[in-house]
Design a protein around this ligand. Structure first.
Ligand code: ASP
Length: 324
């Protein structure tokens, strides 16, 4: 997969998945993001790296954090940003997604940020995009969500930079989560060896060892002495039928509650990609506790998305700008 993502010089061309991304490249993205995250209390930085470029946000699925932080990130890079409301676009008139891509390319799009319910949609767009047009995957089905994974490891690195000695527990609906898939790859590439998946059997992967992780249905064992606890929402939109049963039981057995977190290290940090479902996979007290990084993840998402877009499109500054 990384062939489609990198150009002949090893530079980022599209961002479809964290799988196969070299550690040096991930580190370069995180280092670049550091330069874009303002000091606390300082005004946000605006830089001209994408001046004259057009970034299209093409969301075929709902989003709060990802779409708005991509928009902010593109604006802070001085790009022209177009937010496509796909619900009111010609898709409802039967236009194929690729014809939408070709149409928007004809308007001079440089970067597409795409969220789509189908696994593999971002790779399909990348395979069909015109030369020089970049595709950034903002979540495709249960497959991948690479910028979320990058902001997750960025946030972890700021607090616990020693990945080799880190214990990370990912708790909840792992099987249907594109975030889990992408974040596991990014963590492993940066050297994490102790990644534990915790959830009911229906939410655990069939073969965790193939992913280089361990899995358990016992939250006490899964959280024992871990440094980072990452909660995940139940991806109901991707689940047919009721596989969970009683929500109160699920919350007791797998929720990030004070009782369950007592098994983790006392200074364990709490993460969640959002949106959170209060009383299901987390309590509001935990989500907004002093040890929670959840809102910092949102803030860091802006810097990560600026870094990714700058690295993909910023280096093409030598090419003539398109006419406005
Ligand atoms: N916002 C994340 C995603 O789009 C996580 C979630 O929806 O639960 O995958």
């Amino acid at each position: 997969m990384h062939d489609i993502q990198l150009d002949a010089a090893g530079r980022l061309r599209h961002l479809i998945t964290t799988e196969g991304l070299p550690a040096e490249l991930i580190t370069r993205i995180l280092d670049t993001a550091e330069s874009f995250v303002p000091e606390i209390g300082a005004p946000a930085k605006k830089v001209p790296l994408l001046r004259g470029r057009a970034v299209f946000n093409l969301f075929f699925e709902n989003s709060t954090r990802t779409r708005t932080t991509f928009e902010l990130a593109a604006k802070r890079l001085s790009a022209d940003v177009i937010n496509m409301d796909v619900a009111t676009s010609s898709r409802t008139k039967g236009e194929d997604d690729l014809d939408t891509l070709f149409t928007l390319q004809a308007m001079g799009a440089d970067v597409f940020v795409i969220r789509h319910p189908d696994n593999g949609a971002a790779a399909r767009f990348a395979a069909n995009a015109a030369p020089g047009v970049a595709i950034i995957n903002a979540g495709d089905g249960s497959n991948a969500h690479p910028t979320q994974a990058l902001l997750d490891v960025f946030t972890i690195r700021r607090h616990r930079p020693d990945f080799a000695n880190l214990s990370v527990a990912i708790v909840g609906d792992i099987a249907h989560s594109r975030v889990a898939h992408s974040t596991i790859h990014a963590l492993k590439t940066l050297g994490a060896t102790d990644i534990r998946l915790v959830g009911p059997a229906a939410f655990l992967p069939a073969d965790p060892s193939a992913l280089g992780v361990t899995a358990t249905t016992d939250i006490a064992a899964g959280l024992a002495d871990c440094d980072i606890v990452m909660g995940l929402r139940i991806q109901r939109e991707r689940i047919a039928g009721d596989v969970i049963g009683d929500i109160a039981d699920y919350h007791r057995d797998f929720g990030l509650t004070e009782a369950n977190l007592a098994h983790a290290r006392p200074d364990a940090l709490i993460m969640h990609p959002g949106p959170i479902n209060r009383g299901v996979e987390i309590t509001p007290e935990v989500a907004y506790s002093r040890q929670s990084l959840i809102l910092e993840q949102v803030t860091n998402g802006i810097g990560i998305r600026m870094a990714v877009m700058a690295m993909i499109a910023g280096h093409r500054g030598a090419e003539p700008a398109r006419p406005a």
